[in-house]
Ligand binder design. Structure first.
Ligand SMILES: [Zn+2]
Length: 213
């Protein structure tokens, strides 16, 4: 394995046929050696261990943006596999997954006095029924609302947040943001309504967002 690579708790780093499991590792019943900590795997004289050489490893916190992939959509909850992010020498480690609890859009005028923070201006009347903000397989930029021991609760209700990459569910072609709340497929003309991030397909812009954090 690549010894420069950062390993996470639970990552497979070897098997007992190859190495003796040493510091900061544990062994599964089937002989798989796994890392017990965040760090770098080191092999020396047939022993494999994991060391944390004080890299600037940080955990995501409330209020930060994360990038992840929607893996499941069960009733009104979307589950998100959060990516680790390396930016400016700092490595942000997710460790756990995220979830987004779907919110139905409010009917117009009921609570909104017109001075909404996000300025609905030229978007026209909201659709009559609730629509999915994202779909399974979409890559999203989301903000951490709060953190539970097992999971991050995320939201897409932020100006920058939304879908940042998506493949067509029908033909697999890369979807294009059409500048409204929709993604379109130029290949098969599929069209889906989404909460599209203004940073759709803009990795540099997304990176800048993390640098600011
Ligand atoms: Zn398509």
């Amino acid at each position: 394995m690549d010894q420069e690579q950062l390993v996470m708790p639970g990552d497979k780093i070897g098997v007992e046929e190859e190495y003796i499991a040493a510091d900061n590792t544990f062994v599964d019943d089937d002989g798989t050696i796994r890392s017990a900590i965040i760090g770098k795997a080191v092999i020396s004289e047939g022993r494999i261990s994991v060391v944390n050489e004080r890299r600037d490893v940080r955990k995501f916190k409330r209020g930060m943006f994360v990038v992840g992939t929607v893996t499941d959509d069960v009733k009104s909850v979307m589950f998100v596999k959060i990516d680790n992010v390396s930016v400016d020498g700092k490595e942000y480690i997710a460790i756990k997954d995220g979830k987004i609890v779907a919110q139905t859009r409010r009917p117009p005028g009921r609570f909104d006095r017109g001075g909404g923070r996000e300025g609905h201006g030229e978007r026209g009347p909201p659709p009559a029924k609730a629509e999915k903000q994202a779909g399974v397989g979409d890559v999203i930029l989301a903000k951490i609302l709060y953190e539970d021991p097992e999971i991050f609760t995320l939201t897409l209700n932020d100006n920058e947040a939304g879908v940042i990459y998506s493949d067509c569910g029908l033909c697999g072609n890369e979807m294009r943001a059409d500048g409204t709340a929709a993604l379109v497929c130029d290949n098969c003309k599929n069209r889906v309504n989404r909460k599209v991030s203004p940073l759709y397909d803009n990795p540099e812009g997304i990176k800048r967002l993390f640098v600011q954090a």
